[in-house]
Design a protein around this ligand. Structure first.
Ligand code: HPA
Length: 265
């Protein structure tokens, strides 16, 4: 038997989900789409990091969507809370232990490419790891990163979005920064110069971990606000959450069809 990092509660020990979703800030409402869900708090899973904030431990839900068994991690921990990149990526190793080989990651991000609009969704084509941290530190896994975000899965999501009639998905490069403070205008200009289209504080460690385990990855950013200096307005966390909540329903209709289709390719 292979090594199992996590000790699972009885209620999910026999689950065989095929796809794993990580839902970022304001996007957790999608769990309501699951049929016959079984839910556990992250602090019921031994060795899985759980945020110490009461009521925000994060939850894992396993249920079916369009006949396909799916696991959803609602809420994630971040490096800015003091977790290591390896700890942040624990959810992905848990998904792998459950047998999942395809993951979809979502996040809230600031706009760096001035052609993009708040409230829209961006498919990640690639990333810049500007936090300069890795979940693989301590190992010698020299993994290839030529195509972290599966082209095949991106094409599928674009086709599903076109069919669902949701606005076209933007595509671009996501820069991972440590946070928790938002960027300065000079930093946003620097990010643009470096080739970023959006900036955020998550997702990249999970994507790296998933690729190291041979999993297929696709990721979506909810563009919640213009990066500092692009709009002349100060940034505020409440607004980020609110725009995320509004954009979420569009994502829900997309995911309802696209996620079950992801097992077939
Ligand atoms: N910067 C970094 N992370 C973010 C932002 C931002 O402007 N908006 C949402 N997450």
């Amino acid at each position: 038997m292979s090594f199992s990092e996590f000790t699972l509660p009885e209620s999910i020990r026999k689950a065989k989900p095929q796809i794993g979703l990580v839902l970022g800030s304001g996007l957790g409402g999608f769990v309501d789409a699951l049929e016959s869900p079984v839910s556990v708090d992250n602090d019921e899973i031994e060795r899985l990091p759980a945020s110490g904030v009461e009521g925000h431990a994060g939850r894992l839900h396993i249920g079916t969507l369009g006949g396909v068994e799916v696991a959803i991690a609602q809420g994630r921990v971040h490096v800015y809370e003091g977790w290591t990149a390896k700890e942040v990526a624990s959810t992905i190793r848990l998904f792998h232990q459950l047998g999942i080989r395809t993951v979809l990651l979502t996040n809230a991000a600031g706009i760096v490419n001035g052609n993009f609009k708040p409230g829209r969704w961006m498919l990640l084509t690639d990333h810049l790891n500007l936090a300069r941290l890795s979940p693989l530190t301590g190992s010698s896994q020299f993994i290839d990163q030529s195509e972290v975000y599966s082209r095949e899965l991106r094409e599928l999501l674009k086709a599903e979005a076109a069919e669902a009639g949701t606005p076209k998905l933007s595509e671009g490069v996501y820069a991972w920064v440590n946070g928790p403070e938002y960027e300065t205008p000079a930093e946003v200009r620097m990010l643009r110069t470096l080739g970023a289209d959006a900036v955020g504080m998550s997702t990249v460690p999970e994507a790296i971990q998933a690729r190291a385990l041979g999993m297929r990855v696709v990721a979506l950013s909810c563009l919640t606000n213009y990066g500092a200096g692009l709009s002349g307005q100060p940034l505020n966390h409440e607004e980020v959450i609110e725009v995320g909540n509004r954009a979420a329903s569009e994502l829900h209709s997309l995911l309802r069809n696209a996620v079950p289709a992801m097992v077939e390719i």
